[in-house]
Write a protein that binds this ligand. Structure first.
Ligand SMILES: [Zn+2]
Length: 334
């Protein structure tokens, strides 16, 4: 199994089409996920808005428009795309650096509430190696944010596999979820095996309230684990006993993909969510002394792995990718 730390940038070999329903809008939507040039990053294009001045949205931290219920990217012209996190997680974990996602609506389809359909789509397209080297954000100093009793932090880490480690803990008052913790070294393999199939979840009382407010119109037992008074409502039950924290890890991977480059470091969070993830990432990227941009070594040096990444070549302290340091144009609303 190839590791995403592999040094060459990659894109999709061909286009794949995915159709489904937006979990919040309830509307049908079709996406075409296809190749993009090296150094493009992940770019959404709202094909239903062609004719407007700007209908492209880059998947970067500075494009975060809202973190309420899901990750929403957009620009001040009013062009948005929401619920991007499971797709971005799949692209990031499977090592896709550059992709163009043409979408004919405002919301990425929810599919079954997990990342399975996106992983399958990427596998169907296949990956293509590009000539440009991959760049990484290497955490060199701890960065921590706190919201009430929740916290998140980045720490330097060069452990097993590729140095992308997540330690995520959730603590819900409801007994069905309770306290769950998952620590994982993120690789394409661990993502496929342990994370990709974990579904979105919500409490029945919240779903009913959202429906009354005209929200979550596309949510159903087909794409959401629904938690009742003291049990799971879905007849098929859970895919893992701790599917909830696994889904939180999926969300973290998608949210952190907005860094625009893989992050070498440990990310820990307690009681986290999209808002906390976005704030922690924004804090890291604003702290130029807390990270270094490192460029993957050329193909001949690839076997040297992280040691090569840690040496002085290709390293520039605090130099960020274009567009990732600007603050979000709109405050988080949750
Ligand atoms: Zn999610």
């Amino acid at each position: 199994m190839s590791l995403p730390i592999d040094g060459a940038q990659k894109t999709l070999r061909e286009c794949v089409t995915l159709s489904g329903t937006g979990v919040h809008s309830g509307k049908p939507v079709t996406m075409i996920i296809g190749p993009a040039d090296a150094d493009t990053g992940i770019l959404f294009s709202r094909t239903d808005m062609v004719g407007r001045n700007n209908f492209d949205i880059a998947a970067v931290r500075s494009a975060v428009a809202s973190t309420r219920r899901c990750m929403v990217l957009g620009d001040p012209n009013g062009v948005y795309v929401s619920t991007v996190e499971h797709l971005l997680a799949s692209l990031s974990a499977l090592g896709v650096d550059n992709a163009l996602i043409e979408i004919d609506g405002a919301e990425v389809p929810v599919m079954d509430g997990s990342a399975v359909a996106f992983v399958e789509a990427i596998d169907n397209a296949g990956l293509m190696v590009q000539s440009a080297r991959r760049r990484f954000i290497k955490v060199v100093k701890p960065v921590r944010v706190k919201i009430d009793d929740a916290f998140a932090e980045f720490r330097p880490h060069e452990g097993a596999h590729n140095g992308r480690r997540l330690e995520i803990e959730i603590d819900y008052a409801c007994g069905v979820i309770g306290r769950q913790m998952l620590a994982i070294d993120l690789t394409a393999h661990s993502f496929r095996r342990d994370i990709a199939r974990a579904r979105t979840f919500g409490h029945m009382k919240d779903v009913e309230r959202l429906w009354e407010a005209g929200l979550a119109l596309g949510s159903s037992l087909e794409n959401t684990i629904v938690i009742g008074e003291d049990a799971i409502v879905n007849p098929e039950g859970l895919r893992w006993a701790d599917e909830f924290v696994r889904h939180k890890v999926l969300d973290v991977i998608g949210d952190l993909a907005l860094a625009g480059a893989p992050i070498i470091g440990l990310y820990r969070s307690y009681k986290g969510g999209h808002k906390l993830n976005a704030e922690a990432l924004g804090m890291l990227l604003s702290r130029k002394d807390a990270f270094e941009m490192v460029t993957a070594p050329a193909a001949g040096a690839r076997k040297r792995g992280l040691k090569a990444l840690g040496d002085s070549r290709g390293k520039s302290r605090g130099e960020a990718l274009p567009g990732i340091l600007a603050p979000a144009f709109a405050p988080d609303v949750s």
